[in-house]
Structures are given as structure tokens and as C-alpha cells.
Design a protein around this ligand. Structure first.
Ligand code: COA
Length: 329
């Protein structure tokens, strides 16, 4: 039920379906139940629109910001082959942002408004990209284990209800599966390399693990949006179910490489079939997603710089009178 519990007078994102035409709402929900796709021109409740904009926009921001930690390794990649592969991966991530911004635009929010909300710190983006990629091994762990998490999420949601988002996710998943193979290859190379390489990849895994556990979102018991998103098939798995599926798929692979996960309680309960683990620090998660992580300021500063330096290009493309005074300042 979405009664008063969803209403927050200070929250402009829309948390209620009150006031919607009950007949249209029932037809809409019947279409969703029947597995039909909702398209931009179709009637939809305001809450569905607002929730989709929120989620797709955050996803798009995560892709464009997500290009940054790995991007810092392009100039320092070990060898030309790896440099080329990393450049292609980073370019793909920016392309994913383009696809997602386009999908969000079909719901009525302009790209300019979305970018503005990102660079002013109003919008969120994935927690994981607010940590630094200190060594080459960090970039390998990101490419393997964070892209793997993204695939778990995106593959599920590509079967969802909003046509433009699902189609974008399908395409993104194809590309992410290459990223995953590239990342796995890099991790295997390091894990089976010299003692120093092995130490580097172990350190990186230890550093990234808590953020990876956070990646799927807060536990279902405190997740704010899951109920309504799952009801309308925007989100196809709950945060905890995604986390479980991820652990099932990747913990055995990590252990196969002889790497150690920094959680002594992590194990699969054979009776329940569920993974048990130490809850990651959810206070840290809150701080990071609300702007106070190790790299939030740096990440947004880069995006602000890109916006400022690219303004003259956008003006020229739009045919506005370009102000060329300091294009490369
Ligand atoms: N990083 C940053 N913020 C996160 C997060 C994460 N890993 N997980 C949850 N949050 C935020 C939510 O956006 C929400 O904030 P808001 O109310 O200010 O918008 C808050 O924490 C509560 O979480 P929850 O109610 O569980 O949000 P949700 O139902 O939207 O689920 C996701 C969170 C990430 C699972 C969901 O939004 C999603 O699947 N997004 C699309 C995929 C994506 O963005 N991937 C990122 C990188 S590839």
C-alpha cells in the first residue's frame, strides 16, 4: 500500500499515487502485470515517472562518473594492449551514460537539468565511484567485480516495464560482459603473477570489498523505494536478493584464485541456501552517497570542469552565438 507513509512534503521527487485516475491506474497496472512494456507516450502515474527519472538519472551519472577512477589508469596501464582495452572500456562507460540520459529524457527531464543536478551535488550516483583507484590492481578489481555487480543489477532490470530503459540496459549488458572478461583476465594475471602482483590484487580486493557490498543498496528492511519499484517492475530484484545472487556467482570465483575476502563471517548457510556475512558499515555508505566520501569532491570537480570547458562546443552546435573569448582557459 502506498498511503501516507510515502508522502513527504519536503520531497519533490513524488512518493504518492494519490490523486491518480483510478481507472487509468488500474489499466496501467494490468499492463505491467501482463508483462507489457510502457512506452514514453503511454499514460503513467506521476510516481512511476518520477521514480524512473530518479533511478535512470542516478544510473546515468554513475556511468559517467564511473569512467573516472579507471580513466586515471589509461596513461599508466601496463602495456599497450591493456591501455587500448582500458580506453575502449572507459569509452563504453561514457556511452552507457549517453544511452541512459537519453532514456531519462523520454520522461521529460532535460539532459541539461540532469547534468546540473549532478554537478551541484543534488543527484546521487553509485557509492563505489567515490573511492580512489590507488594501484593498477584497483582498476582490475573495478573492471571485474564492480562490472559484475552492475551486470547482476542490469540483467534483472532489463526485463522490467519501461521500454526505453530496458532497451538501453540490454545493450549495456552486452558491453559490460566484455568488461567483465577484461577485468577477470587482469585479476587472474595479477593473482597468478609475482608475489608483489598477488599482494597488490589482494590489497585492492580488501579495500574494495565493503564498497562492493554497499553497491546493491541498503538492506531490504530499510530500502525506501524497493516496494513501489518492484510492484511496477522497474526493479526486478530486491537489494538483498541481488547481493545474494552476486555472492553466489562471484565468491567461489574469488576463492578459486586463492584470494581472501575481508569478512571472516562470510559463508553460505547450506540449510537456508543464503550467504551470511558481516553487515558492511551502513553509516559510511550514507556518508559516501550524500557527498562525504574520499573522492566525491574530486569527481564532481572533474565533471564541473568538463561542463565549463565544453560549453562553447554545445553553444556552437546549437547555433547560438558562440562566445569564444576563453574556450580553453
Ligand atoms: N550508491 C548510491 N546511492 C545508493 C546506492 C548506491 N549503491 N544504493 C542505494 N542508494 C540510494 C538510493 O538512490 C536512495 O536514495 P534517494 O532516495 O536519495 O534517491 C537511497 O539510497 C535508498 O535506497 P533504496 O531505497 O534501496 O533505492 P533503490 O530502490 O533505488 O535501489 C539501486 C538502489 C542502486 C539498487 C537502484 O536504484 C538501481 O538498481 N539503480 C539502477 C542501477 C544503477 O544505478 N547502478 C549503478 C552503477 S552501474
Amino acid at each position: 500500500m502506498y498511503g501516507n507513509a510515502y508522502i513527504d512534503p519536503n520531497d519533490q521527487r513524488g512518493k504518492t499515487i494519490e490523486g491518480e485516475d483510478p481507472v487509468l491506474l488500474a489499466e496501467f497496472e494490468a499492463r505491467i502485470l501482463a508483462g507489457e512494456k510502457i512506452e514514453p507516450q503511454d499514460w503513467m502515474p506521476q510516481l512511476y515517472r518520477k521514480q524512473l527519472i530518479r533511478m535512470i538519472e542516478q544510473h546515468a551519472h554513475s556511468e559517467i562518473i564511473g569512467a573516472l577512477p579507471e580513466g586515471t589508469w589509461i596513461t599508466r596501464a601496463p602495456g599497450f594492449r591493456r591501455k587500448l582495452a582500458l580506453m575502449a572500456k572507459v569509452q563504453d562507460e561514457v556511452g552507457h551514460a549517453q544511452l541512459l540520459y537519453s532514456a531519462a529524457e523520454t520522461l521529460g527531464k532535460s539532459r541539461e537539468a540532469m547534468i546540473n543536478d549532478l554537478i551541484t551535488g543534488k543527484s546521487k550516483y553509485s557509492n563505489v565511484f567515490n573511492y580512489p583507484a590507488i594501484t593498477w590492481a584497483d582498476s582490475a578489481i573495478i573492471a571485474w567485480l564492480i562490472d559484475a555487480g552492475a551486470i547482476v543489477n542490469q540483467l534483472a532490470n532489463s526485463k522490467g516495464s519501461y521500454g526505453p530503459y530496458c532497451r538501453a540496459l540490454e545493450r549495456i549488458c552486452y558491453e559490460e560482459s566484455f568488461h567483465l572478461k577484461y577485468g577477470h583476465d587482469n585479476v587472474v594475471h595479477l593473482a597468478t603473477g609475482t608475489p608483489k602482483q598477488r599482494e597488490m590484487v589482494q590489497d585492492a580486493l580488501t579495500r574494495w570489498w565493503p564498497a562492493i557490498m554497499h553497491f546493491f543498496g541498503p538492506p531490504d528492511t530499510i530500502s525506501v523505494h524497493t516496494e513501489v519499484l518492484m510492484k511496477w517492475k522497474v526493479k526486478m530484484m530486491s537489494n538483498d536478493d541481488m547481493r545474494q545472487q552476486y555472492l553466489d556467482m562471484y565468491v567461489p570465483k574469488i576463492w578459486d584464485l586463492g584470494l581472501v575476502l575481508p569478512d571472516p563471517n562470510l559463508h553460505k548457510n547450506e540449510e537456508t541456501g543464503k550467504w551470511e556475512y558481516t553487515e558492511p558499515d551502513w553509516e559510511e555508505f550514507k556518508r559516501v552517497i550524500n557527498g562525504d566520501g574520499p573522492c566525491n569532491a574530486e569527481r564532481l570537480a572533474v565533471r564541473r570542469m568538463a561542463e565549463e570547458k565544453g560549453r562553447w562546443v554545445r553553444r556552437a552546435i546549437l547555433g547560438e552565438k558562440a562566445n569564444y573569448t576563453v574556450p580553453f582557459a
